[in-house]
Design a protein around this ligand. Sequence first.
Ligand code: TXA
Ligand code: MG
Length: 370
Amino acid sequence: MTKLWWADETGDPGQEAVQEAAGLLRKGELVAFPTETVYGLGADATCTEAVAGIYRAKGRPSDNPLIVHISDLSMLDGLALQVDPVSRRLAEAFWPGPLTLVLPVCPGAVSPLVTAGLDTVAVRMPDHPVALALIAAAGCPVAAPSANRSGRPSPTLAEHVREDLEGRIAGILDGGATGVGLESTVVEAGGSDGRVHVLRPGGVTPAQLAAAAGCAVDVAGEVRGGVDPVAADAAARAAELDFRPRSPGMKYTHYAPKGQLTIVQGRSPEAVAARIVRELEQARAAGERTGVLAPEEHAHYYRGCADEVAVCGTLQDPGSTAQELFAALRRFDEAGTTVMLAEAFPEEGIGLAVMNRLRKAAGHRVLEAE
Ligand code: TXA
Ligand code: MG
């Protein structure tokens, strides 16, 4: 039911596959495709029936709007009512690339399901030859969330898409492993405060944004983990208030493995490791199947104490942790672990995005090592 176009060893599924996939998109079907961040689940953004299919296939709440992907700057004019000078500078600096701009939407440019009723639209130009060729061949803006079932880690391999969506979508274009490994940075600029607001951290860091934008960059508290958006939403509902995070996706549980994941942070690697080992021993004594997520340098602390040690990059190269995080989280479900502990990673640069995803995966459970 789901057509699979495998890539060769260079990550290229071939021209014919791209043309065939584009034909399916034009017919209102769903096709998963590689980008430089994670795999996306694409549909013609102008076709409400096709976009409704995305929400159905993913099991995604319909008030969580989608990102529209373009292959050419000229496509932006048909989507955004206007592009303020700061957003324009950011597009020039980072497109194609892992940056999504929230802009005022041209009425009628995309299906109202794409924007979930907002008067803005999120747009990005992905930096991947297969994605760009697919969008150009389809000849329409392509709405695409990450190609996972809602709540699961985003896919960084075609195989992950297959696990989650085979039989539910028309096709999967393989392009090998994605590069960044985490979703794009979502920003909103052009407001009266003259700042760039980071709604979701990602492949482009706040420092890179500030350098290109030439103005202040504001990172929302809910992004840094100061606020638990799920709890804030529940509290607001209890108080009969309307909680509206600036990026609606922030309030949903994400990336969560089936077992219970907890982050451990502390002053030194030794203190963190000692606390994790203690937690593992207790969990094992209680009959749990245990897992640890840690960088390569610290894996030796846990071998022999945990049933699954998911190594997640190296501390030398924070980008490698970003690349491997989602696959590492999927490994816990494969291993059937029920209690998992993760080391906290340094929060600088891309580490901000890594910790944002890890906190969500852990349902904001964080332990402090003494
Ligand atoms: O890297 C990525 O961005 C990937 C690849 C496939 O391009 N896509 C992706 O899409 O992560 P998705 O749907 O999983 O995440 C979209 C995010 C959500 O947090 C959503 O709330 C936010 O973008 N978003 C979409 N439209 C918005 C809008 N008009 N205003 C504010 N936030 C918006
Ligand atoms: Mg997603």
